[in-house]
Design a protein around this ligand. Structure first.
Ligand SMILES: Cc1ncc(COP(=O)(O)OP(=O)(O)O)c(N)n1
Ligand code: 3NM
Ligand code: MG
Length: 204
């Protein structure tokens, strides 16, 4: 898959979700992930259906394969179902993303073949996911990007000050929660991230 502007919004349950997503899309996000660890499958489906009426960019669901069947795809991590199973269930045109914390995961050929992108996670520590793995840092992005042709998404602690560095290190896109969802102006926040990604691409 192609991240044109290089900004991927991952949502959180607080705030006016519909308004945040609509403004973030107006600012330039390429992809939206609905992430609400406490929501039922039914609630996730309702959120997806509502957002699909409002925005034109693809919407994927975190973790929940049943809800993902009402969306453009799914994002899974090491403790979730494997990407190969998600691909079998969702079919060839779905978007399947996988979190990578250990570059050794890139040797799992069948799983990598099932993915549209991999997320280097986390690059920096973040309070948004208290159970995150040890941070990879920019070296981790370089190590992952150097070993795969798939698009690499950097996630964890990314804001406008850090986005260009993550992209210059090899990320194709930045996945962001709070620097967008808690911004006073999510549209402006995304536009600034898009500009930072452009600058980071220019440094490669
Ligand atoms: C883009 C993106 N990258 C990483 C994650 C984290 O996935 P996971 O490790 O499965 O953790 P949870 O999000 O399920 O708590 C993600 N969701 N999105
Ligand atoms: C959803 C998620 N996954 C992570 C991982 O490391 O796998 S870090 C994260 C949250 C990122 O939030 P913020 O942009 O507010 O730092
Ligand atoms: Mg998960």
């Amino acid at each position: 898959m192609k991240f044109e502007h290089g900004v991927y919004l991952v949502t959180e349950p607080s705030g006016d979700l519909a308004a945040i997503v609509a403004n973030a899309v107006a600012g330039g996000v390429d992809l939206v992930q609905v992430r609400d660890k406490g929501a039922s499958t039914g609630a996730l489906i309702e959120i997806v259906q509502d957002l699909r009426r409002r925005v034109a960019v693809p919407i994927v669901v975190n973790d929940d394969l049943d809800a993902a069947q009402h969306a453009a795809g799914v994002h899974v991590g090491v403790d979730d179902l494997p990407p190969s199973k998600a691909r079998r269930v969702l079919g060839p045109s779905a978007i399947v993303g996988w979190s990578v914390n250990d570059p050794g995961q890139l040797d799992e050929v069948e799983e990598m073949r099932a993915c549209d992108y991999v997320a280097a996670s986390p690059v920096w520590a973040t309070h948004t996911k208290p159970d995150h793995q040890p941070p990879l840092g920019l070296e981790g992005i370089r190590a992952i990007a150097g070993r795969t042709d798939l698009p690499v998404v950097a996630i964890g602690g990314i804001d406008v000050a850090r986005a260009a560095g993550a992209v210059a290190a090899g990320a194709d896109a930045v996945a962001v929660v709070t620097a967008i969802t808690r911004a006073d102006d999510p549209r402006r926040a995304v536009a600034d991230l898009v500009e930072a990604v452009r600058e980071g691409r220019g440094r490669r």
